[in-house]
Design a protein around this ligand. Sequence first.
Ligand SMILES: [Zn+2]
Length: 229
Amino acid sequence: MSEGPFRSLNCAATVGDRPEAVAENLRRVALAAGVSPGWLLTVSQVHGDVVLRAGAGERGQVGRPLGEADGLWTDARGTAVGVRTADCLPVLLEDPVGRRVAAVHAGWRGVIADIAARAVEALKAAGSRPEDLRAVVGPCIQRCCFEVDGELPERFRAAFGEDVVVEVPGKERRHLDLPRAVLRALGRAGLDEAHVAALPQCTMCDARFFSHRRDRGLTGRHLSFITCR
Ligand SMILES: [Zn+2]
């Protein structure tokens, strides 16, 4: 329903789009996935490392965030948890044994704050075993496009290893491989390598996606979500 820079399936009401369009987009997204629209829960994302529990009692108005956080999980059957991104990393987790799901939003700040591991800890505290968990990193800005400068490359190298920093021949600025850093963090948190994956799509160089960097801040947000069945 969205137009202009938000065309067409913008899922965020906080970026300048018409609220009615966003509400209808969210409703259609939920219904297409077989989720009752009020049962698709999100948070107000702040680039931190807080992970909230979304219980059945939180179900409510379409698109109303639970609170300020960058991750949320649920074990309430039929409830979906989602995060909004346009270049940042959406990370979805599932425990098919304990039947819990989680969604995490991570930009570089969230990656360095280890929010993916915080989500694993939250699931563990609820009874999940890391070796049962499955995780996927959705479309985000990839190493082809994520140029950085200053001290970031060194911080990432120290935290996640040599290969998350990419030197580009002939270029002074370096690139970061954020999905690789998150996969490493999930491995350290106890997930099996065979149970984690990252999609290859880059939001910045693939025109199908909203990209905060490419569109200079004026763009929509995707919703990546997972349902507890
Ligand atoms: Zn790219």
